[in-house]
Design a protein around this ligand. Sequence first.
Ligand SMILES: Cc1cc2nc3c(=O)[nH]c(=O)nc-3n(C[C@H](O)[C@H](O)[C@H](O)COP(=O)(O)OP(=O)(O)OC[C@H]3O[C@@H](n4cnc5c(N)ncnc54)[C@H](O)[C@@H]3O)c2cc1C
Ligand SMILES: NC(=O)c1ccc[n+]([C@@H]2O[C@H](COP(=O)([O-])OP(=O)(O)OC[C@H]3O[C@@H](n4cnc5c(N)ncnc54)[C@H](O)[C@@H]3O)[C@@H](O)[C@H]2O)c1
Length: 472
Amino acid sequence: MDRIKTDICIIGGGSGGLSLAAGAVQMGAKVVLVEGGEMGGDCLNAGCVPSKALIAAAKHAHAMTSGAPFGVAPMQPQVDFAAVKDHVDRVIAAIAPLDSVERFTGLGVRVVQAWGRFISPTELEAGGHVITARRFVIATGSRPFVPPIPGVEDVPYLTNETIFALRDKPEHLIIIGGGPIGMEMAQAHHRLGCRVTVIEGAKALGRDDPEMAAVVLARLRAEGVQIIEDAPVSGLARTETGVEVSIKDGRSVTGSHLLMAVGRQVALDKLNLEAAGVAHTRRGVTVGADLRSSNRRIYAVGDAAGGLQFTHMAGYHAGVAIRSILFGLQSKMKTSHIPWATYTDPELAQVGMTEAEAKKAHGAALTVVRHAYHHNDRAQAEGKTEGLIKVMVVKGRPVGASIAGAQAGELIGLWALAISAGLKMSAVAGMVAPYPTLGEVSKRAAGAYFSPKLFDNPMVKRVVGLVQRYLP
Ligand SMILES: Cc1cc2nc3c(=O)[nH]c(=O)nc-3n(C[C@H](O)[C@H](O)[C@H](O)COP(=O)(O)OP(=O)(O)OC[C@H]3O[C@@H](n4cnc5c(N)ncnc54)[C@H](O)[C@@H]3O)c2cc1C
Ligand SMILES: NC(=O)c1ccc[n+]([C@@H]2O[C@H](COP(=O)([O-])OP(=O)(O)OC[C@H]3O[C@@H](n4cnc5c(N)ncnc54)[C@H](O)[C@@H]3O)[C@@H](O)[C@H]2O)c1
């Protein structure tokens, strides 16, 4: 076994590991990156990228059936499911060079293509090398969680790791789990011509504000996706044509294909963390706000760190860890300004506190302002009038924003900035937004915070009256 000595050894070449590797090597550190699977990790190969590519294809199909209100005769789209998958593969292939071994080697990173395993608190074994590093970073991500439902070992099922490779259109796709994976996949597959049933143990899109989630669920149901809530799955059985899913209350659903979308399991099993003295739980490596583990030389970022599981969170973690690893600076992460979006149509987006969280934290000091999409001229022109924005305000500053509606994932960025920069509502109200854009909903929501103070205020009316009397 040869020995490699380096400044930083990163285990996992997904969103978190690659951001860290690229940043650290370009700032002068010696970096070894250990990746046992595919460069780019989940996001590129089995997550964000293929799912958004599939959603894009589904939007094209949907557009062909929904033009009637615009005077465009609807027609049944002819979906070539295998060609849709070619599109998904092309999108992955277009992005893959950015995450490739060649690119990272070119940047100066030594890439070891093997699974890494700690053999001591300061050494990692990978592909016949023993790597010693001043700092290690665990960026091993997560895998689909498959719950031990009775019968699971006897039925064929798909996960996010296999569904994008499916080239024959499922006749009836049953999805267990109504989280973001479940709902994005449900709408996309339905629009591409599959019958879809979602079986959710609690409430679909249950991590989001229920009022906002309801906007999305109503649309999915109207399009024809069957969503069964409060329905924990109690058993699975193989049938002649597919699978039967039993629900605790005695109901059952039969379909041709089954997708498991019931959450994630962190990928720590190959790492032999005990040898490194790294404490961990089922949720991930135990880290502080500085992302350091119980072994102070070992950090964890991204899904492996056990918090919010998003690509942009992994990238943010990478930045926090780099400040500490490269410059020895105190560096802490927070989550209050991290947005997320679910890319259904309409989209669902959140940053900071939901209304319920803000009420609990701030009580009577909280003001909630709202603006409905149907008051927005662009939304009217586009026929995208479903939805609303809600902003939670304390002492003139936003502490949370929720958006359900067209482009919610794009619109939430403004509120992520406002919260992270500590901007006041007056900054957003004073912004001039181009007309007519959906972005005006943000300005209007901010305006709604001030309108009672301005328009329903007798003092303001008295002052205006007085000034008008004396102005020449
Ligand atoms: C279907 C789906 C859709 C998603 N959509 C979005 C979205 O739209 N937006 C968003 O922000 N997030 C989305 N996510 C979440 C996002 O993909 C993850 O949060 C993100 O990929 C986490 O990045 P990471 O670097 O922590 O881990 P990963 O990207 O999972 O990378 C970890 C890497 O580590 C490697 N590895 C594991 N163990 C070892 C070992 N012992 N040795 C060497 N290598 C190892 C793995 O092979 C993998 O390549 C989605 C996820 C799924 C499943
Ligand atoms: N747009 C995005 O950013 C995006 C998209 C997809 C995934 N992701 C990330 O991936 C993570 C995982 O997504 P997910 O949707 O798999 O997980 P999730 O944990 O968000 O949702 C899983 C759902 O499955 C339900 N469930 C669990 N066991 C069940 C059972 N036995 N029967 C019926 N229902 C059951 C849960 O109640 C829950 O609602 C997300 O939390 C998110 O961080 C992000």
